[in-house]
Design a protein around this ligand. Structure first.
Ligand SMILES: [Zn+2]
Length: 480
């Protein structure tokens, strides 16, 4: 493998590349699901190939192949250089990469039990137990459980002398209970609408605690059918960690991707309100809001040793005590926000895509509250749990989210269950209305496994650590 990587680098150099990197990627995936006592789905796949990225005449070129022969490697490297030379004819400015040392390293996810060595029968047995616990609840219509595992082996080499081997392993599980009746359909998911995934091996599955929560989740789905609808108006809202995960992702994470800010990427609600003039000046949130980007977070889905440009994993602040202070950057664009080195956010979806600036693990720093004290301190509010749907404008400024369930809070007491809750706001106003965040005992690195970006589309994974937090005077209503 190393020999093929060097062959690609040498072929690109010989053809006139000023810079070249090659990524060889081998991916193995297993996904399984059960539905009402039967196997609902099963997918297992393996995939291998390589991509060569070059700079020639000051422009990018890229080519990839799954043919690992010497001829194919040389041909692909030459094709990448030819693309760069063609692109250079229409370039607007010279490409200059922020400096990075050469790294020769090996890095692997901490993995106690290889999930691909656990027999399928053992995995299904666990899901069927959860399925049975869900369907024990009278009135439940559909019980769905799932598990998924990914292993990615990567080899990165560059003309600057880096040679990095990495092995990433992700594991996850989840369940959904659906109740149908009286012309209504209600759903409860656990731990979030995507389940929960983390970096690590089969040991992650036990930590998700599906079986321990199955009865409660199914009962809530059935009870929602006869619950009152969410009232409309201004309320103090406490969001649970899983809903906050998506709120962070959409209203802070994506807007702080520097390529969106600079206009080099604009797909999927694609630009940003965090323009360069806001850096160090915008009060994005209240003093209780500190948002930390951390590619070293234990268990994080974006936790790596190095990004796909060979830049080491880092930890830094995007928002400090409410002030907007940092971006997610690459070697190409770091200088545009006044930094001398990339933050290491470039990741590609497999071997046949170029790396893009992707969110790493981005979390809301824990505060000091216990959830029960926060509820007791709230006179007229709602506790909202588990994302159901979302929408956000092109600048990622105006948003609305609905959750699967809400609970009324009156004079410090958690009261009746409410269905179809929705809240809306403007990113900066919303984060400035935050006046309390729960402490580290409530904090959990919620995983996102389907973040889409780019054209052709790429999927990335990341975690958003968060604990429940309170927002004052939020517009709430009924989801349509
Ligand atoms: Zn996303």
């Amino acid at each position: 493998m190393k020999e093929l990587a060097m062959l690609a680098i040498d072929a690109a150099k010989a053809r006139g590349a000023a810079y070249a990197d090659v990524r060889l990627v081998e991916t193995r995936v297993e996904n399984l699901g059960t539905k009402n006592g039967k196997v609902g789905s099963y997918e297992a796949s393996e995939d291998m190939g390589f991509g060569v990225r070059v700079i020639a005449s000051g422009a990018w070129g890229f080519a990839s192949s799954d043919d690992m022969s010497r001829e194919s490697v040389e041909k692909t490297a030459r094709a990448a250089v030819e693309t760069a030379l063609a692109s250079s004819k229409v370039k607007e400015e010279e490409l200059i990469l922020a400096p990075e040392s050469a790294h020769v390293a090996k890095w692997s996810t901490l993995c106690e039990t290889d999930p691909f060595k656990v027999p399928l029968s053992q995995k299904l047995e666990h899901l069927f137990k959860v399925d049975e616990a869900l369907r024990k609840v009278k009135g439940l219509t559909i019980a769905e459980c799932s598990m998924g595992f990914v292993r990615e082996k990567q080899l990165f080499a560059s003309t600057e002398g880096s040679l990095i081997e990495q092995e990433l392993v992700h594991s996850g599980a989840g369940m959904t209970a659906t109740a149908v009746g009286g012309g209504d359909v209600q759903r409860r998911s656990f731990p979030s609408s995507e389940g929960h995934s983390a970096s690590g091996g089969y040991e992650v599955i036990g930590r998700v605690k599906l079986l321990e929560n199955a009865g409660r989740i199914a009962e809530e789905a059935v009870a929602l059918l006869s619950a009152d609808v969410c009232p409309s108006g201004k309320k103090d809202v406490i969001l649970d960690g899983s809903q906050l995960c998506l709120q962070i992702h959409e209203s802070i994470g994506h807007p702080s991707e520097l390529d969106r800010v600079l206009g080099t990427e604009a797909n999927y609600a694609g630009t940003s309100y965090l323009s360069l003039d806001k850096l160090g000046k915008l009060r994005l949130g209240s003093k209780y809001v500190t948002i930390v980007a951390d590619s070293t977070l234990p268990g994080g889905l974006a936790t790596v040793g190095f990004d796909d440009e060979g830049v080491p994993a880092q930890k830094w602040e995007l928002v400090k005590d409410g002030l907007f202070v940092g971006y997610l950057t690459s070697r190409e664009n770091a200088r545009a926000c006044g930094e001398q080195r990339s933050r290491g956010c470039m990741r590609a979806d497999g071997w046949n895509r170029i790396p893009l600036v992707r969110m790493t693990n981005i979390g809301l720093a824990p505060g000091t509250w216990k959830l029960e004290d926060l509820i007791a301190d709230t006179a007229d509010g709602l506790l909202m749990e588990t994302n159901k749907s979302w929408s956000i404008d092109q600048m990622r400024y105006n948003f609305q989210f609905s959750t699967e369930i809400a609970w009324e809070i009156k004079n410090g007491k958690k009261g009746r269950m409410l269905k179809n809750p929705n809240y809306q706001g403007i990113s900066t106003e919303f984060w400035n209305s935050c006046d309390a965040v729960c402490d580290e005992t409530h904090w959990w690195p919620w995983g996102i496994i389907n973040c889409g970006k780019g054209q052709p589309g790429q999927i990335a994974r990341m975690s958003h650590g968060s604990a429940p937090a309170r927002f004052r005077g939020v517009n709430v209503g009924v989801a349509r």
